[in-house]
Design a protein around this ligand. Structure first.
Ligand code: ADP
Length: 388
């Protein structure tokens, strides 16, 4: 287990933990190679957007099969991804990349509306804003600049923090595809519908439900679009998480990440005889046999609990009642009382997660909505405490 902060258990279990500078993939690769002399490594799997590039660099240094470092990089840098998709003719929004030194008032006159303005390397919809006219564009640009000036965000992005990406807004429903690449061949592990409309101006994720209720033929075309996108980016191995929209009913790629689904959302998935997504990914990386059997049949859903407003979290009440709702498997509140919380575009975390199962996707979705309605979220801001 390699991470950027030393684990308190490192001294007790030196072969189990390794501290790496994830912002410097080459240094991380050298460090991991030294470690691997004493403690051999069989496979390397990045778990999030911060670790996929160093994971590819470490695997390359160790001579292990992995995605090319440049592909892993293109999957986290949106303009590089767009360029590769464009070259391969994959359906996606048209886009324009700008330097933050540009004057937003001038840029606002050159682009079309509605459009989506975003940083080029952040995740969880952080800084992603839909705008419908030039005035809103200038405000969004300034708001994104403030996010990019945050010292942490700047340090993470380096030169990328100088960029702002503008894309055509693609209307229509959105889906997420969880897949596994083996020698460039994509297997779909799950296709999630996102039943709440994501129309902006900010794009907070809420409900994911699987299996998808879309017609099988369309699901097939979505999988083909995701596979074409992964191939265009150069991803060939391991998990992918792809977001696609269906403008005019056909798939267009919002993005493809070279990692599995984030947060605790993977808990919705069980494979074969109860394997978790993480076990499946590790078994695949180690070329271990994967027990036969399809994904568990029942429909499943997860809701990333949205943050009603920015402030300090006082409490989330009603968790026990929410847990008792039929079809609810678990309620996990991951934020702590006293935490500063904010919805997107500034925030990028959730309050927690609701998990459900049902005979049908509609049942799994309804359980999430019933349980969410029982949660009472108290947040204190300059105007006092308010409850949702
Ligand atoms: P992140 O990597 O932070 O998740 P994305 O580029 O995937 O950023 O955008 C987050 C969400 O914003 C998407 O899931 C989608 O709902 C919405 N979005 C982003 N770009 C577009 C676009 N060009 N058209 C329509 N919606 C978009």
């Amino acid at each position: 287990m390699a991470s950027e902060k030393p684990s308190t258990l490192e001294g007790l279990n030196p072969e189990g933990f390794l501290t790496l500078d994830l912002r410097n993939p080459e240094a991380a690769a050298r460090e991991a190679a030294r470690f691997a002399v004493r403690f051999p490594i069989d496979a390397v799997v990045g778990v999030d957007d911060d670790s996929t590039v160093p994971a590819a660099a470490v695997a390359r240094a160790l001579g292990l099969p992995a995605n090319p470092v440049e592909a892993a990089m293109a999957a986290v840098h949106k303009p590089s991804m767009r360029e590769r998709l464009a070259r391969a003719g994959v359906s996606q929004p048209t886009y324009h990349l700008f330097d933050r030194a540009a004057k937003p008032e001038a840029v606002a006159r050159r682009i079309g509306y509605p459009c989506v303005v975003k940083p080029t390397y952040l995740a969880a919809s952080r800084g992603v804003i839909r705008v419908d006219d030039p005035e809103a564009f200038v405000l969004a640009w300034r708001r994104i600049e403030r996010i990019l000036e945050d010292p942490e965000v700047r340090a993470k992005g380096g030169l990328w923090s100088r960029e702002i990406l503008v894309e055509d807004y693609l209307a229509g429903p959105e889906v997420a595809l969880e897949g596994l690449l083996r020698d460039g061949e994509l297997t779909t592990l799950a296709l999630f519908d996102k039943p709440d409309p994501l129309e902006g101006p900010y794009f907070e994720e809420t409900i994911y439900v699987t299996p998808s209720r879309l017609p099988p033929g369309l699901q097939e075309r979505i999988a083909r679009a995701a596979a074409a996108a992964a191939a265009a980016i150069g991803l060939v191995r391991g998990p992918i998480h792809a977001e696609l929209r269906l403008p005019d009913g056909e798939p267009a790629v919002i993005e493809v990440a070279g990692r599995s689904i984030g947060g605790l959302c993977s808990r919705t998935l069980r494979f074969g005889t109860g394997l978790s997504l993480e076990e499946l990914i590790l078994r695949d990386a180690l070329s271990l046999p994967i027990p036969p059997g399809d994904r568990a049949r029942a429909a499943a859903g997860v809701m990333m609990i949205p943050i009603p407003k920015a402030g300090r979290l006082e409490e989330v009440a009603g968790v026990e009642e929410a847990r008792r709702v039929e079809g609810i498997e678990d309620v996990v509140i991951s934020a702590h009382a006293g935490d500063r919380v904010a919805p997107p575009p500034e925030g990028w975390r959730y309050l927690g997660f609701l998990f459900s199962r049902g005979e049908t996707p509609a049942e799994a979705e309804a359980a999430l909505r019933r349980a969410f309605a029982l949660l009472r979220i108290s947040i204190r801001d300059g105007n006092g405490v308010s409850r949702n």
